[in-house]
Design a protein around this ligand. Structure first.
Ligand code: CA
Ligand code: CA
Length: 1024
């Protein structure tokens, strides 16, 4: 079993003795069903870890990186049921074939099967009354989960369910403990948080069925197909459409299609079902079945699944007396190898964004890379290099074949742009700098470079990407949400691209991306050491550290503390900005001990606090290792040994937050081994403090890298001295080449820090980014800042005086009023502009020796404004249901316009109904034109009204229609965000009242909310 692990032979022998006594304890303590225990490391894998609290893992059966994750489904009761299952539940509806491990988003849940007995119930029933449908009660006492295996006894039916999987096939075994009528319900329409378009099932013989589902959600509009074969011939069978059984029917294609099959069963009789899936076609599902399941029994599939997991575990031989640590460690290893997931059929066919392609290598998706680039991908780049090549080539092919560019968060071939930035470039660069064979580096580079100029991929939760500003300024300005997070992450991604450009001798690109990687330097606040939001006009915004409000607007989860230190590629310069290593270490101390109370709503993901360090989400994952750069590695050693037992406990609620497709698990695996990649792409791993006496990495080249920690214990967490392959070692990091060559790092541990180990300038000098390059010109020293006005009101009644300003001293503002682009020859601004009509002002500022500013542009519009003295016009907004903004409607005539962020406070919104607005001028006047402004933000279900009707009246009784226009329905793009201000003109009307009806019809077909009504958001209604 452990033949490859020569150096561990002796230790494993003694370890096995430990294991035997552990097994007795496990069986004795937890009343699990009797079952032969698999002997190797996988006995420590407990997929139940993380199924409680907010970790969002699933307990079901899967193979490493497989297409199928066969796992129980409860009702989807909220965020914590994202994986289909939550440990607090006691009722389940069946077993579905696709799930995501640890995600913050809800998705998949394809094809649910459920064994029952007695008369067939085709409805799934209700939580309050499980007997009203086929769902069943269950208890954790009669449930078991291990690598590649899950079983549970359904209390309502006395049926034992066992599940295992091959990459593309789910294997079910149902043992009917009582004789009688046994049934299996097949729900083709089952989904997790998806909008269902339709589903279908067809009986193709007396023991085979096939089916499909079409849905829309986190994986986009997609089809999924199945082919299922049963070990027993059906005695009865039937099809139900929308929960009504249709007599004498053997196929159906409708919205919600289910089927049932029934047999006479003896007590203890087993019925096996093998379900192959495909994201491409029925033919694909059948081909997957033929290749992986045709001649394979449940038992054989189980042995194979366990064997492949054991092979993965064998890459990490460790030695410890703590069973709890063994369980935490091997379960973490398991979670790092669930995703990315296979999406291509055995035929090589796969789907990206709805279109079919063919691939010569295995295609993967479920790239939650904003999470996983930090540790999960780097871990795979050490131990799963062949797979990593497939991952990188899959990503490259999104650019070369599917031509959709690199994804931000790709779920089953669909980019849902859930997080931020061109984050996959880190994964690709980390593999490329390792020279992994089989990567087309030139093509990969073109895809990476293209992604760094992506203007249109805006995040659903985190708004505009700000790339148009970033390309010119190397930072995302404060006007864009989460600007500091975007700036620092883009900077690091650009450094990754620069590393590949260097390798490919692309000198110009190297210079460009190195420059772009330093933009965060503009945001450094000397007073506080924080990176603060920076406006386009060159001002740092102060943050109120007692309120979450401003913090969550400008930073993602890990927030100001995580992001102010998130320059893993440029630590030397960051420390220089702080005034040196010591000052930076003090600043870090401050974060880890900061106990300031902050009020208001914090981000859902920031958690796992030590001071203001939040281990629960990715943006802080690097922080405990930063002391190694600052010359105080003992503080890293102490912290990582505090974090590991605190936030990784071997119980269902033992994880602190979303495991995020193995990222949080990978932090633990690396940290347990004793090192962590602070800067993926650098080929360096910062040394922490290993959790074990001995831990190894068995590499695909047959070599082994071993970390021995002598005298290691819960108290002896400090490194006293080190040797690498017998030579004294004093650097606070190890390199990829040292690991991949095999060898032994021996650490002498003690209970007091050795403050002289691994912190001399010489030992630190080779660390990534330590050279503190000064070759960077700050924005304010390079470019004139953009002209601006302080006007909130861009609308006026008669005339308007407009002042323009520029924060660059001595700059000259030049402007145009005719819509043309301003240049060095345009009119010089030297006095306020007086506007009498609708006007677009464009302005640019110039100063010798500096680049010209970006162009300021604002359109001032004319209309009847609210006058606070006369309190006219009066306005009334109909609102039956849910509303947004000030319900009195006065924001609609205050002259203030909204930005394209619905939450900016300037929008009035109404949900799922027509919006009716009536304006009373107080006396009759002539009007000839109206101009309402709408926000479209399809990701937030905000659409323009389908039709606008304008009516006028003199007496508020008799109204006559003067205008009616239809708008264009937004085209398919879940991240589309824009403002529309249609002009509605008519021949002049004398009237006192104007009534607007903004029609709310149903959301278009392509959208996840299809069929429902939407939000209507209006910022201003101009009347002329
Ligand atoms: Ca997270
Ligand atoms: Ca307004």
């Amino acid at each position: 079993m452990l033949g490859k692990l020569s150096i561990f032979k002796i230790q494993n022998y003694s370890l096995n003795l430990v294991m035997i006594s552990i097994c007795i304890c496990i069986i004795g303590c937890s009343k699990k069903p009797e079952k032969e225990t698999y002997n190797g490391y996988i006995q420590y894998v407990d997929p139940m870890i993380g199924t409680d609290a907010h970790a969002h893992t699933f307990p079901g059966a899967t193979t490493p990186f497989g297409m199928v994750q066969l796992s129980p489904s409860n009702d989807l009761k909220g965020w914590d049921w994202n994986s289909g299952y939550h440990y607090t539940d006691s009722i389940l509806k069946g077993f579905a074939h696709s799930h995501i491990s640890g995600a913050g988003l809800t998705a998949l849940g394809d094809f649910l099967l459920m064994p029952t007995v007695g008369s067939v119930k085709i409805k799934d029933g209700t939580e309050e009354d499980p007997d009203s449908g086929f769902r069943s009660r269950f208890s954790h006492d009669r449930e078991e989960a291990s690598a590649g295996y899950y079983s549970v006894i359904l209390d309502d039916y006395d049926v034992k369910v066992e599940l295992t999987a091959s990459p593309r096939v789910g294997f079910h075994r149902y043992t009917y403990n009582q004789a009688g009528k046994g049934n299996i319900i097949i729900d083709a329409s089952h989904q997790l948080g998806e909008y269902l378009y339709g589903s279908g099932i067809e009986f193709i013989s007396d023991n085979e069925i096939k089916g499909y589902k079409r849905s829309n959600g986190a994986a986009g509009v997609r089809n999924v197909y199945f082919y299922a074969q049963f070990s027993k011939k059906f005695k009865e069978k039937g099809i139900a459409i929308n929960d009504i059984i249709i007599p004498a029917t053997t196929s159906a294609d409708d919205k919600k299609v289910k089927a049932f099959v029934s047999f006479d069963v003896e007590a203890g009789e087993q019925v096996d079902v093998k379900v192959a899936i495909s994201y491409v076609s029925y033919e694909g599902a059948k081909a997957n079945f033929d290749a992986e399941a045709k001649t394979k029994s449940f038992d054989k599939a189980l042995v194979e699944a366990q064997k492949v997991w054991e092979q993965k575990m064998n890459k990490f031989p460790i030695e410890t007396e703590s069973v709890s640590d063994l369980r935490s460690f091997y379960t973490a290893v398991y979670r790092t190898m669930i995703s990315p997931n296979l999406i291509s059929d055995v035929t090589g066919e796969y789907i990206v964004e709805g279109k079919k392609y063919h691939s010569d290598f295995e295609q993967y998706s479920n790239f939650s890379t904003w999470d996983t680039y930090r540790a999960q991908n780097p871990l795979m780049a050490l131990v799963e290099q062949e797979k990593v090549v497939d991952f990188v080539n899959s990503l490259t092919s999104r650019y070369t074949d599917a031509k959709v560019g690199l994804p931000v968060w790709e779920c089953i071939g669909f980019d849902n742009v859930c997080m931020i930035g061109h984050n996959t470039v880190s994964v690709m660069a980390d593999a490329i700098v390792k020279d992994l064979p089989g990567i087309d580096v030139e093509s990969a580079y073109i895809a990476m470079r293209d992604a760094a100029f992506e203007l249109d991929k805006h995040s659903g939760p985190y708004g505009e990407n700000g790339m148009e500003y970033y390309i010119e300024m190397d930072f995302v300005p404060a006007s864009i949400g989460m600007s500091v997070s975007k700036t620092t992450e883009y900077n690091y991604f650009d450094w990754c691209i620069a590393e590949v450009a260097k390798k490919l001798h692309k000198q110009e690109d190297l210079k460009l991306f190195q420059k772009r990687s330093k933009g965060y330097r503009n945001s450094f606040d000397k007073e506080t050491g924080y990176l603060l939001p920076l406006t386009e006009t060159g001002k740092l915004l102060e943050m109120d550290m007692t309120q979450w409000e401003g913090l969550v607007k400008n930073y993602i989860s890990g927030n100001i503390w995580g992001y102010s230190s998130y320059v893993p590629h440029d630590m030397g310069y960051l420390m220089k900005l702080h005034g040196g290593k010591k000052n930076f270490a003090n600043w870090l101390d401050g974060v880890f001990t900061d106990s300031t109370k902050i009020s208001g709503g914090q981000h859902v993901d920031i958690s796992g606090f030590i001071g203001k360090y939040g281990h629960g989400d990715e943006p802080s994952n690097h922080m405990s290792y930063l002391y190694t750069f600052a010359g105080e590695p003992w503080k890293t050693q102490k912290l990582v040994r505090e974090i590991m037992p605190k936030f990784y406990r071997d119980v269902p609620d033992g994880l602190d937050n979303n495991d995020d497709l193995g990222q949080m698990a990978a932090w633990y695996v690396f940290s347990s081994l004793g090192f962590y990649p602070v800067c993926p792409g650098s080929n360096q791993y910062q040394i922490g403090s290993p959790a074990f006496k001995k831990a190894g990495l068995v590499l695909e080249n047959g070599k082994e890298f071993v970390v021995v920690a002598k005298n290691n214990s819960r108290e002896n967490v400090f490194i006293q001295s080190a040797t690498l392959n017998g030579e004294v070692y004093t650097k606070p990091y190890i390199t990829y080449n040292q690991i991949i060559s095999g060898g032994e790092l021996v650490l002498e541990m003690g209970n007091q820090p050795n403050k002289t180990w691994a912190n001399s300038d010489n030992d630190l000098s080779g660390m990534v980014g330590m050279k503190a390059d000064v070759d960077y010109n700050l924005y304010i020293n390079r470019m004139v800042s953009i002209p601006y006005t302080t006007d909130k009101e861009l609308c006026f009644a008669q005339s308007k005086k407009v002042n323009l300003y520029c924060n660059t001293e001595g700059a000259i503002i030049r402007y145009t009023l005719d819509g043309s682009a301003p240049d060095i020859n345009s009119k010089v601004y030297n006095a306020p502009l007086i506007l009498n009509n609708e006007t677009t002002i464009k302005a640019k500022a110039f100063k010798e020796g500096l680049e010209a500013s970006r162009t300021f542009e604002a359109t001032y519009m004319k209309g009847i404004m609210y006058n606070p003295k006369t309190k006219l016009p009066k306005i009334e907004v109909s609102q039956k249901g849910l509303g947004y903004g000030n319900p009195n409607g006065v924001q609609l005539i205050d002259g203030v316009l909204g930005s394209n962020s619905f939450g900016d406070g300037f929008w009035t919104g109404i949900n799922e109904e027509d919006m009716e607005v009536e304006i009373d001028f107080g006396s009759e006047r002539w009007i000839k034109k109206v101009r309402p402004g709408f926000l479209v933000d399809t990701g937030q279900w905000i659409f323009n009204p389908d039709e606008i009707i304008v009516q006028v009246s003199s007496d508020n009784k008799e109204f006559r229609e003067v205008g009616r226009v239809k708008t264009n329905t937004p085209s398919k793009n879940l991240n589309k965000r824009y403002i529309e201000r249609p002009n509605i003109s008519f021949s002049p009307e004398l009237c006192r009242y104007v009534k607007f009806t903004f029609k709310n019809k149903s959301i278009p077909n392509w959208h996840v909310g299809s069929g429902k009504n939407h939000w209507i958001f209006i910022d201003e209604i101009l009347v002329q």
